[in-house]
Design a protein. Sequence first.
Length: 119
Amino acid sequence: QVQLYESGGGLVQPGESLRLSCAASGTIFSFYAMGWYRQAPGKQRELVAEVTRGDIANYADSVEGRFTISRDNAKNTVNLQLNSLKPDDTAVYYCRLEQRPYGRPVEYWGQGTQVTVSS
């Protein structure tokens, strides 16, 4: 069974930075994508950034140029560097891993870590 462990959230002021980390435990034998989603109060969960098979990174338009995602294959971790944070970035950030054994998608979610951007 795969489990995801997130760390790195917190309270920062606008313009500051944070780094989120997500480590996956268990057997990952058919990796497809790993990344971060976020959900603000009263809003739907949305993609922030993810790395797909072949190390292709995808970003939401709202974070392009400010956030950087990186993956350590050997450690089964994915990190998200959040720079130039804005109040609109305030949300619970969730790590997600997708595997596709036999072509069928199976996803795993972390518990979430709070990011609050406020002066």
